[in-house]
Ligand binder design. Structure first.
Ligand SMILES: *Cc1c(COP(=O)(O)O)cnc(C)c1O
Length: 496
């Protein structure tokens, strides 16, 4: 057990801590007060809780600690790349010239910011081997939308809007089929084979004259490299479709291979995964999309252009080779603070450092795999990429389920891994250690998981009861998601 036992402490609402009859300040009654508010004047109670400054500070500091974070401990969520965010990034993002600019200020006054956008654009193109990039999408999911809108636009441009079918593997992240469906495509699921990869024959079988394209995650959500990707891209193009790649797992291959070489037409990059920067606690994301030459002219505005040393934002669709663009995706130009953080991360790593990031991420995941495979059950044979997927076979006949196992980890001071995703594996447990965890930290995590597994048989009841050290124990998570209680009422909110 580490010092994060239970992960959290309870904190009441301000209204429950303070009360309306108290106040943190002590001002004397004003004399001869003439009020100047006319009919708007009111001297009735306003119902705010009175608190002293230390009480208020404590309340907010405690709330801030409720957000379990990568700075507090290992955060093994698979598919999320919860890596350490170097403080240098934060220092750079806080430079006044970046943090205080406004998207509506004159272009001549924010040349440095545009230069940074231009520079990071060129590096993303370099790292991916793609022809164009759009920086505006605000997260991976919006990047998917952006890429698929360009594909839709390209089909429209060829008078081929009858092509409505988008193929998506059954291991895909939910945002993939959601994006395609949102744009009016018809989603068809393709099967994974026993190795956890796309079943090429099933893919081929599903291609017909209405085929618009395929959305593939590579490495996929099983933590495996799609070895048929080139065959898939060739067949996709031969059949008149486009290949979208979900680049959320770019961390496993950055600096090692260029997605452009695989025949990918559009791919989003989660800056907030591959290039550090905080997320997972509701912080901003950023999901630039890179495009192949096939799609380049359909990508959205604005684009940054450098004309004789002056940077400009191209907004107009005419005269600049953008007449086929699908238009604007967002009101402004993207998440500036995230660009600065990602740029700072790239600069401080350099090309060799970025390559080492992916090598170490893969090494760490395989170290976990090798250290746990006699206790947990890896879902597939052989090496994995940057994350390791386990099935719930090791829980068989114990009466303990994946959810119980995850809850027990909280009592041991660990945030659980991603569970029940991807859907293709029964009771899936997906662990992504990232490259920023040390061997000591991995060893501690490994021994905790091994001990938990060894406790399964003799003590399955404790798994069912977990977590016991958290202020609130098992939540009705479905109810909490479907019927969130967002307003404070005077009666107690949660019956404990
Ligand atoms: C994180 C993730 C997404 C969505 O990205 P957001 O930035 O969270 O919108 C899509 N696909 C995969 C595989 C992911 O891991």
């Amino acid at each position: 057990m580490n010092s994060n036992r239970g992960l959290d402490h309870d904190e009441k609402l301000l209204f429950e801590v303070g009360d309306v009859n108290r106040t943190g300040v002590d001002l004397s009654e004003p004399e001869n007060l003439s009020q100047m508010l006319g009919d708007s004047f009111s001297d009735s109670e306003i119902g705010l809780a009175g608190l002293s400054e230390p009480e208020t500070v404590r309340h907010y500091v405690r709330l801030s600690r409720k957000n379990y974070s990568i700075d507090a401990g290992l955060y093994p969520l698979g598919s999320c790349t919860m890596k350490h965010n170097p403080r240098l990034n934060e220092k750079m993002a806080r430079l006044e010239g970046f943090s205080e600019i406004h998207p509506l200020q004159p272009i001549s006054t924010c040349q440095g910011a545009l230069e940074l956008i231009d520079l990071i654009s060129s590096w993303l193109k370099e790292l991916t081997g793609m022809a164009a990039v759009t920086m505006t999408p605000k997260a991976g999911a919006q990047g998917e939308l952006c890429g698929m809108m360009a594909i839709k636009q390209a089909l429209l441009n060829k008078n081929e809007s009858h092509r409505k079918i988008v193929l998506v593997p059954d291991s895909a992240h939910g945002t993939n089929p959601a994006t395609a469906a949102f744009l009016g495509f018809e989603v068809k699921t393709i099967k994974s084979n026993r190795e956890g990869l796309i079943d090429f024959d099933d893919f081929k079988k599903n291609i017909d004259k209405n085929f618009a394209g395929v959305m593939i995650t590579n490495p996929n959500t099983c933590g495996l490299f799609e070895t048929d990707i080139v065959k898939i891209s060739e067949l996709t193009h031969k059949s008149g479709g486009y290949l979208y790649c979900d680049g959320a797992n770019f961390n496993a291959v950055v600096g090692k291979l260029k997605p452009g070489d695989l025949g990918i037409d559009a791919m989003h990059i989660n800056l907030h995964k591959t290039f550090s920067t905080p997320h997972g606690g509701g912080g901003p994301g950023s999901g630039p999309v890179v495009f192949s030459e096939r799609l380049e002219k359909f990508c959205p505005t604005p684009l940054v252009e450098n004309d004789k040393g002056e940077y400009d934002l191209i907004e107009s669709l005419d005269g600049k080779g953008l007449s086929n663009s699908f238009g604007r995706l967002n009101v402004f130009h993207g998440q500036m603070g995230m660009f600065v953080r990602a740029m700072s991360y790239m600069l401080s790593h350099g090309a060799d450092g970025l390559r080492q990031v992916s090598e170490d991420a893969v090494l760490n995941a395989n170290y976990l795999r090798a250290s746990l495979n006699d206790r947990l059950t890896p879902a597939f044979e052989g090496y994995c990429m940057h994350e390791i997927l386990f099935s719930d076979d090791f829980l068989k006949d114990t009466g303990v389920e994946t959810l119980d196992f995850a809850k027990a980890m909280i009592d041991e001071g660990y945030h659980p891994m991603t569970i029940y995703f991807p859907l293709v594996i029964h009771g899936a447990l997906l662990v992504e250690p990232t490259e920023t965890e040390s061997k000591q930290s991995l060893d501690h995590f490994i021994s905790t998981l091994r001990d938990l597994v060894d406790r399964l048989k003799e003590d399955s009841d404790s798994f069912k009861a977990a977590p016991v050290f958290t202020p609130i124990r098992r939540l009705d998570e479905t109810q909490a998601a479907r019927k969130p209680i967002l307003r404070w009422k005077e009666e107690p909110l949660i019956a404990v």
